[in-house]
Design a protein around this ligand. Structure first.
Ligand SMILES: [Zn+2]
Length: 424
């Protein structure tokens, strides 16, 4: 059934213009459509109406780099040995966790992530997944969970040599199987854990499916150090030599430790960069600086949480130091993920994806001062209704497609099972 958002204040994300209107939302799966209706007499009879008096309606959010696999890590025991650096953090925490994942745990992680996203006004997720002991079919499990909650998605499996060439081959196979049926990307962990043979086969897959790669780039200096020692070149130069920067679908996550030549390569390529500010702060790996990376930048949460609005605000505050990120710049990075998805013809992020904010503004809000409200006022608690692909997936802060309490019971049980498996 079509939806009518009655008495809405619609904010256009392109020019921040405000418009008092009624919105007719059409299109589940095909022909996404959003129509402004000035007079209610022009509304078709059989629509579901949502009163939006006093609320702001705008395009919902999307996350440019997420990790479903980390969803059940919150509150788990500290690792047996305390990590002293970035690589040890991967070894003692994340690579222990992802090795313990099985199909039920992947499903629980994906459901928990999707529900958190929906409630935060996020309707599209670009995920980067790893489960080395449950590779085959893992992306299908995640896709099903996202579909169940009602989210759009662009998934990939993290191909890597870190667990041997057999696991790398299984990652390549999972990628190929998934891309044969769905939109997606060719995932690679990071340059330092992918040898030339595997990298070459990933590049082949990228060309075969006319896709792009999704890879962590220079998150920590170790990535550059390893590349120089083993390949006698910088990370971005290596990716460029494999042709991976040639696709406008390619996503380079982090890009913290790049030299001037690498920045130029990124800037002059059609590839996109994802800033994951809170994860960088948490891992103490450095500060993002987008100044010489070009315009193609959007935000991710790197699996830390699902509130991309919060990430945009943190990027603005942290970016004052060396990134010189303006208010408009922070808004652009929040919204450029739509540009990326649209220009590459990915489906699921059209105009019929909306968030209704019940924003209790303490002061006047209008087109001219909107960015200040976005950075200093908007919170997840303001998200009241969410429409994904023309369908109401959150109404009055309640998930509509799934029983949240039931699923949370399941994910909490699974979290205990995961932590036990990690301890073995
Ligand atoms: Zn990541």
């Amino acid at each position: 059934m079509d939806l009518l958002l009655k008495n809405a204040t619609y904010v256009d994300w392109h020019d921040l213009s405000f418009r008092q209107t009624h919105l007719l939302v059409k299109g589940i799966n095909a022909n996404p459509q959003l129509t402004m209706i000035e007079a209610l007499r022009n509304v078709p009879a059989d629509v579901e109406t949502i009163e939006c008096q006093g609320m702001l309606v705008m395009r919902s959010f999307a996350i440019g780099h997420h990790h479903v696999y980390s969803a059940l890590s919150r509150g788990m025991d500290a690792p047996p040995k305390t990590p002293q650096n970035f690589h040890e953090n991967l070894q003692y925490v994340w690579w222990r966790l992802d090795k313990a994942l099985d199909r039920d745990l992947i499903r629980a992680s994906a459901l928990a992530t999707a529900m958190a996203c929906a409630k935060a006004g996020v309707t599209f997720v670009i995920d980067h997944h790893a489960s080395p002991n449950a590779i085959a079919g893992s992306l299908e499990v995640i896709a099903e969970a996202f579909d169940q909650v009602g989210l759009g998605h662009l998934l990939c499996y993290e191909i890597t040599d870190r667990d041997g060439l057999n696991k790398a081959a299984a990652g390549l196979q999972e990628t190929s199987d998934y891309l044969a049926k769905h939109q997606g990307l060719v995932g690679l962990h990071a340059s330092f854990s992918v040898g030339d043979k595997t990298m070459d086969r990933a590049a082949e897959l990228m060309r075969q499916f006319k896709s792009g790669v999704h890879i962590h780039v220079a998150e920590d200096p170790i990535d550059q150090k390893f590349c120089l020692e083993h390949h006698q070149k910088s990370v971005v130069q290596r990716l460029s030599d494999f042709g991976l920067l040639e696709s406008s679908k390619t996503i380079l996550a982090h890009c913290l430790h790049l030299d001037e030549h690498e920045k130029k390569l990124v800037r002059e390529s059609p590839a996109w960069v994802v800033e994951n500010i809170e994860s960088n702060l948490n891992n103490n790996v450095g500060f993002f600086d987008g100044e010489k990376l070009g315009e193609n930048i959007f935000f991710g949460t790197d699996g830390l949480h699902s509130e991309i609005l919060r990430s945009a605000q943190t990027a603005y505050f942290a970016g004052k130091h060396n990134d010189h990120l303006s208010m408009a710049g922070a808004w652009q990075r929040l919204r450029y993920v739509h540009k990326y998805l649209n220009q590459n013809n990915f489906t699921g992020d059209g105009d019929n994806n909306l968030v209704v904010l019940d924003y209790d503004a303490p002061s006047e809000i209008n087109s001219d001062n909107f960015l200040a409200h976005f950075l200093f006022g908007f919170r997840e608690r303001h998200v009241r209704h969410v429409i994904s692909n023309g369908r109401l997936i959150v109404r009055d802060r309640q998930l509509q497609m799934i029983d949240e309490q039931e699923v949370l019971k399941f994910t909490r049980q699974q979290s205990l099972r995961l932590w036990e498996r990690m301890g073995k």
